[in-house]
Design a protein around this ligand. Structure first.
Ligand SMILES: C[S@@+](CC[C@H](N)C(=O)[O-])C[C@H]1O[C@@H](n2cnc3c(N)ncnc32)[C@H](O)[C@@H]1O
Length: 245
């Protein structure tokens, strides 16, 4: 698919409303990541507005972050505890960090924000190089579901009221595993568009990316509370490890 999308687009378009979106409560993810972080430090790829990083820091984990969007980072800086987190402006598709981290993590489908397989593989390699031996890389992503689309497109009402309607419209390209999506907010007084462009990955392809980066898969769950990953799972939380040797 041809778009003008780049590493800054998400933050530019979504930062103004991001913290008001109905995200799941962070507690289960924070519990999960806290256990794996050990003595830290931990590195969040695409830290955004600090939804998970701030509560993790509050539990005493030293946490650093990467993000391409100054707009998103600025939102985090305004929150209590957000100004103390060390963040580097960087593209997660290729970055360099000291191999000091006990944990690196990339949540909320953001591996899919990298639109090519090359960028995704490169992200895995960069994350692996940031881990100390025995360190973990955790990825949370939705399970691809091509049956959501009819003839590779879809329109779906997400919310409706007397004075507004929120519609999600998608175009799917199964040959590249890409989805271009618009959240169309129609309300009295106008229309707002919130776009997303992503490349989804099957878990098996993700495991191969990890292998190419020298990581081994140690766990895969269907939720942050460690439910089994099954054919019914809507998402997976995958845990990869840099070997000790
Ligand atoms: C869905 S938000 C997730 C933020 C945060 N991890 C959370 O859980 O709330 C996606 C984030 O990825 C960042 N992002 C998108 N593409 C990126 C890229 N290529 N490099 C670095 N950050 C990127 C955006 O700026 C945004 O902050």
């Amino acid at each position: 698919m041809n778009t003008d999308w780049d590493a800054l687009t998400y933050g530019t378009r979504w930062s103004g409303i991001y913290d008001g979106l109905p995200w799941p409560a962070p507690d289960d993810a924070v519990d999960f990541l806290h256990k794996l972080a050990g003595d830290g430090p931990a590195l969040e790829l695409a830290i955004g507005t600090g939804r998970l990083a701030i509560p993790l820091a509050e539990r005493g984990v030293e946490i650093h972050g990467l993000d391409s969007s100054q707009d998103m980072i600025d939102k985090m800086r305004q929150k209590q505890g957000g100004a103390d987190i060390q963040v580097t402006l960087a593209d997660i598709s290729s970055f360099e960090a000291q191999p000091d981290y006990s944990l690196a993590f990339l949540v909320l489908n953001t591996i899919y924000a990298l639109q090519t397989q090359e960028q995704q593989v490169s992200c895995f390699r960069s994350a692996a190089a940031a881990l100390r031996p025995g360190g973990y890389f955790v990825v949370e992503a939705f399970m691809p579901d091509p049956t959501r689309f009819q003839r590779n497109s879809r329109a779906h009402v997400l919310d409706i009221g007397l004075d507004h309607v929120l519609i999600e419209a998608d175009k799917h390209d199964p040959s590249t595993q890409q989805i271009l999506e618009q959240h169309i907010h129609l309300k009295n007084g106008g229309v707002e568009l919130f776009p997303a462009f992503l490349r989804y990955v099957w878990p098996s392809e993700m495991d191969l990316m990890a292998q190419l980066a020298g990581l081994r898969k140690v766990d895969r769950f269907g939720s942050w509370t460690r439910d089994p990953f099954t054919a019914q799972s809507g998402l997976h939380v995958s845990v990869y490890q840099r070997p000790e040797q």
